[in-house]
Design a protein around this ligand. Sequence first.
Ligand SMILES: [Zn+2]
Length: 168
Amino acid sequence: MPIIAAYTALVTGPVNPAVHWQSAMPTADAEFERSAQRMPSSSFERAIYVRDGWRCRYCGVRIIERSMRTRLHICLPDVARWGARNADKHAALAALSASLDHVVPHSRGGTNDEANLVTACNACQFGRGQWTLEEVGFFDPRDYLPTLDAWDGLTRLSRLPTTSNEFQ
Ligand SMILES: [Zn+2]
């Protein structure tokens, strides 16, 4: 876990020339008007995860649905740790948390359309930040088919309690 935590902090932390190609985060392109709705509904979000096989479309790692992470924490608080500070979080649960990523960054004119959204792990989502695929040297994940198999983002745990009161 310390190795995973250090890796994630390195990728998602401040710009580091040894890790990132750039020396500073890009600024938003003023010429683009941001679409009004920042992110789509939770059901739309889940449909993207299902479409993408519950895997990060950039690095291929299996991701975990965030509400399942909460359920794990409630049932196993000492193992599946989760708190406000990074040091209080289970490193793998943090690194593998599912998120939607705008292929063309929202701040650079990307839309909230399904075609511009892919599943991403924490490191790929926050490590890329506002840079375009070209600027960071990523392949476009939409050029490749997703891996679809039995992995479900741990949604098989959806019958676990969602509050500590239910877990008695
Ligand atoms: Zn990834």
